[in-house]
Design a protein around this ligand. Structure first.
Ligand code: COS
Length: 388
């Protein structure tokens, strides 16, 4: 493992250090063949299923769900896992993260029956989860969601379109946010668990990305789900989405941190080995300035990520501000760190599938998904202005 001194910070307990070590070893030995993606949709789906299967078989997905009554997420474990997996490969991190995000609303708001049915197979890696919030006209503005869920006797009838849905086409269930109309805007949304094989739910398009992972647009046409598929009380959907994002936004920062750490390691190796004008790159002050900036950015991101995770775990208060700061800073800093690593690699840094070239593609989406950098600024400012 590269620099692991941060594990001695007071945010962590012995079990966190053990997890980081075990997962690092597992990723190195058991995921190396799969961690980076595949050429076409079918191969990509196979790779994702296999990663989920291997992580689940080894028990690493247990932390993605809260199955016990009265239990809660351990955000430090989630963040450490994402950091570790992202350091080894973006696809492995993606698969892990989605098992958590795609069941987050069930862990946080599900009743006993919903938890019993959906969480154990996701934790064992037997079923794949997805979170369906975004729409063509509602990504940042969640209160603009137009997909409707109309009550009809003991059922809800869903109509609308969801897009940018990670694990779309691969998932066994989707947690879908739809308008039930209890109030205007954010006050009139509810969340539903929709099994992938429900009649009226169709994957209309797969979307190809610069760093491939399964992503799709879904159409709901008179898609009927029982009332028992609703999570929480009607009209609570916005709160369910935000509470879920409060947990998982910190972990997006952690994934960015993992990508940045890998970039720094690649840069250090490069600077030690590459000679220019008769001496190694590492001996030039211009290089040292870059290395200093990268190391500082990595440590600052780690402090914000694990401050947020620790606050959620130990203090237990709402961490909207801390999570937004962690995500904003860690993703933006990682982009810069990776860019510097590419620069230090010269021509070899832009060769397709070189480690830093992959990182350059992998980091970009993290500044957009689960709330853009711009949205994080709004969230932080709103919290600070409220005096939180
Ligand atoms: N936890 C619990 N409740 C929350 C909350 C949170 N994190 N954030 C907001 N709420 C509550 C507010 O307290 C408010 O309740 P009251 O009306 O009772 O006071 C209500 O929800 C509405 O909040 P607000 O007025 O702040 O909502 P906005 O419509 O202005 O939107 C933003 C807030 C922009 C921050 C929100 O829509 C957001 O996070 N957007 C980005 C979504 C996203 O991440 N999209 C990517 C798709 S997921 S990959």
């Amino acid at each position: 493992m590269p620099d692991a001194s941060f594990l001695d910070w007071p945010f962590f307990e012995a079990r966190h250090r053990a997890l980081a070590e075990q997962l690092d070893e597992f990723a190195k030995t058991k995921l190396a063949d799969l961690a980076h993606g595949a050429s076409d949709d079918a191969a990509l789906d196979r790779a994702c299923r296999e990663i989920v299967h291997r992580l689940g078989a080894e028990g690493f997905l247990n932390q993605c769900c809260v199955a016990e009554p009265g239990g809660k997420f351990d955000v430090r474990s989630l963040a450490l896992s994402r950091e570790t997996l992202a350091r080894h490969g973006g696809l492995a991190d993606f698969c892990f993260a989605m098992q958590g995000l795609g069941t987050g609303p069930i862990s946080l708001f599900g009743n006993e029956a919903q938890k019993r049915k959906y969480l154990p197979p996701v934790m064992r890696g037997k079923r794949i989860a997805a979170f369906a919030l975004s729409e063509p006209q509602a990504g940042s503005d969640v209160s603009a969601i137009a997909t409707e869920a109309a009550r009809s006797g003991n059922e809800y009838v869903l109509n609308g379109t969801k897009t940018w849905i990670s694990n779309g086409g691969l998932a066994d269930h989707y947690v879908v946010f739809a308008r039930t109309g209890e109030g205007p805007g954010s006050k009139g949304l509810s969340a539903f668990i929709v099994d992938a094989d429900t009649q009226g739910l169709k994957v209309v398009e797969r979307i190809a990305l610069i760093a491939p992972h399964p992503l799709a647009t879904l159409a709901f046409k008179d898609c009927r789900v029982p009332v028992s598929a609703r999570l929480g009380v009607p009209g609570e959907g916005f709160k369910i989405a935000m509470a879920t994002l409060d947990v998982f936004r910190t972990t997006v920062g952690a994934a960015a941190l993992g990508l940045a750490r890998r970039a720094l390691d690649e840069a250090l190796a490069r600077c030690a080995n590459r000679a220019v004008f008769g001496k190694p790159l590492a001996e030039y002050q211009l290089t040292q300035a870059k290395i200093a900036e990268m190391a500082l950015a990595v440590d600052a991101a780690a402090l914000l990520v694990y401050r947020s995770a620790w606050t959620k775990d130990v203090i237990g208060k709402r961490v909207t501000r801390e999570a937004a700061m962690a995500k904003l800073h860690a993703t933006e800093a990682a982009q810069q760190v990776i860019d510097m690593a590419v620069q230090l690699h010269g021509g070899t840094g832009v060769v397709a599938d070189a480690p830093v070239e992959r990182l350059y593609r992998e980091i970009r989406a993290l500044r957009i998904y689960e709330g853009t950098s711009e949205i994080q600024k709004l969230v932080i400012a709103a919290a600070v202005l409220r005096g939180e």
